[in-house]
Design a protein. Sequence first.
Length: 119
Amino acid sequence: MSAIPDRELSRLRADLEGLVLPDTCTVLNKTETPDGMGGVAITAGTVYTNVPFRLDPHKGYEQLGGDSLRPYQEFTGTLPNKYTITMDYQIVHNSVTYNVVSVNAGSWLTCKRVILEKT
C-alpha cells in the first residue's frame, strides 16, 4: 500500500500518459523452441501494441568484440505502470528493437522504467 490514495494515484498515472510519454511502442515476448537439430529457434509474439512510451539515452561505451571495438548504448524506457514487462520481452520503438536488460529500474508508482539495449 502506498501513502498516495488510490484515486490520486490513478489520476497521476493518467496525467503521466498524456504529458510525459510522447511516443508509443510495441512489446514482444521472445519464445525459444527446439529447432530439431539440437539448437533453438527464437520467435517473437506481440504482447501489447500502442503502449504509451518514452525512450531516453542512459549510458554509452565501447565493447571489445572480436578484434574491434563496437559502440554499446543503454536506454531507459518509460511506460505506464499497468503493463507487465519481463526480461524475456523486447520493445519496438520507431522500427528499432530493444532487449529488456533490467525491469523496474528506479520505477515509481506512476510508471514503469526498464533498461534497454539495441538488438
